[in-house]
Design a binder for this molecule. Structure first.
Ligand code: FDA
Length: 307
């Protein structure tokens, strides 16, 4: 119930104004977001890449006009140029939300998003790194996977995200478990109806394991995106059982969550990638992180009362 309310609030302009006005919010946001500018985020990237890999997200989603979409493309081009200049492009890639490059625009949104994502892929290729397309709510899944297919014609290293809470995802994992494919498997962070998604945590976890089995048994490159120690242990067992080396799959976690576990996996020789968001448009991302964990909500509520 609380999770659903927070996820609805994540898309409300009124709630956004309210939350942004709370002075203490910034401190909590700083736990999950590496800075409001690229310059602020780069030291975090440099620190993390000493023992881990990184994927950077220039925060933003649901743009409402083409100019905003172009601003997102320019921000990614600058980011990729900086990664290259700083010598970080072999350890840091980027994650892109298609709604931030125009997917939801009423006229030709999909085409605009495809063209813009292509520009970001060209910049990534020039820097010598890769792009992964984030997955948003279920109304975008077909469109995002369609754009992925188109991009992979010219940029076969583009990765996708699949969400285990969606009932369709086992089938999508089968489709994407092929040679050259990179799939980040997460549980899913949006408020989805029971008609398309498992709503019960144990059902989501069971689906996650089924999807993992498909990806690990396939010939693509599985990216295990979870902070759940049980899922990580199962992935480790499945990968070992399938004869995958440490370089044949990777683990991924969000910046600011379970850092000790990130360090443990990296220290044991595993490929551990941290998802690092930065920028001013932190509201939607932040609200989804609150919704994931009751303790975060309690902490935030206490700060609201105290502010
Ligand atoms: P689960 O929610 O069961 O949490 C397991 C444990 O992890 C918790 O008990 C707690 O200890 C810790 N934890 C989890 N979330 C926390 C939080 N917010 N704060 C503090 N501790 C927390 N989703 C999506 O829909 N589309 C996407 O593109 C992506 N991309 C993505 C990339 C990467 C690298 C990751 C790790 C995750 C995503 N997600 C995502 C988010 C994902 O769908 C999911 O909501 C979160 O990862 C939480 O689920 P867990 O698998 O961690 O398990």
């Amino acid at each position: 119930m609380l999770r659903t309310s927070l996820l609805i609030a994540a898309r409300s302009a009124g709630c956004r104004k309210l939350v942004e006005r709370v002075p203490f919010t910034r401190n909590l946001v700083a736990r999950f977001v590496a800075g409001s500018t690229l310059e602020e985020a780069l030291p975090t990237v440099a620190r993390l890449t000493e023992d881990r890999l990184v994927t950077l997200d220039h925060l933003g989603e649901d743009v409402t006009d083409e100019a905003q979409a172009r601003t997102t493309v320019d921000a990614y081009a600058r980011l990729l140029g900086e990664l290259d200049r700083a010598g970080l492009a072999d350890r840091a890639e980027v994650s892109v939300k298609l709604s931030a490059v125009g997917q939801f625009l009423p006229a030709d949104g999909e085409k605009i998003a495809l063209d813009n994502a292509r520009l970001i892929c060209e910049a990534a290729a020039a820097a010598g790194t890769t792009v992964t397309l984030d997955m948003e709510d279920h109304t975008t899944t077909d469109s995002t996977l369609g754009i992925l297919r188109e991009l992979r014609v010219d940029f076969p290293w583009v990765g996708a995200v699949l969400q285990a809470y969606l009932r369709r995802t086992e089938a999508d994992c089968r489709d994407l478990a092929h040679e050259g494919s990179r799939v980040r498997l997460c549980k899913g962070a949006y408020d989805e109806p029971a008609s398309v998604a498992y709503r019960d945590k144990s059902e989501v976890d069971r689906s996650y394991v089924r999807c993992l089995k498909t990806l690990v048994a396939g010939s693509g490159y599985p990216m295990v995106a979870t902070h759940d120690p049980r899922m990580v242990a199962i992935a480790e067992r499945l990968a070992a059982g399938a004869g995958r080396s440490a370089h044949d799959h990777e683990y991924q976690m969000l910046h600011g969550i379970r850092e000790a576990e990130q360090v443990r996996i990296a220290a044991q020789g595993g490929r551990m990638r941290v998802y690092v968001p930065y920028g001013d448009e932190w509201y939607g991302y932040f609200m989804r992180r609150l919704a994931e964990r009751p303790a975060n909500i309690a902490f935030f509520a206490r700060s609201l009362v105290g502010s």
